[in-house]
Ligand binder design. Sequence first.
Ligand SMILES: [Zn+2]
Length: 115
Amino acid sequence: MRLTCPLCGDRDRREFHYYGAEVYADRPDAGAALDAWDDYLHLRDNPAGETRDLWYHEIGCSAWIVVTRDTVSHRILQTALLTARQRQVGKFVYQEGDLREVPAKPGAATGGERP
Ligand SMILES: [Zn+2]
């Protein structure tokens, strides 16, 4: 399998680490209710069709990438960078196809770090 990193181009899947569904990036705030943490840790959709997953370009540029794929046909439909625009509140937001550098606030984490 091949994945297209938005920064590095077409690469072998073994250069990436799979982190699961995109919702993994929607970590609840530290003081969130237990139900929110229970949902985050234990409940996952298992769709037949289009899904979005998080991949980390471990042997490459260290970027977090959202891969849109079809779980039935196994086709990769799109890849996009995951940016850390709202890192300060414990949330990640990305925009498809957004490859611009996002200015970080002082002390904020960069998009290349683990969520
Ligand atoms: Zn890369």
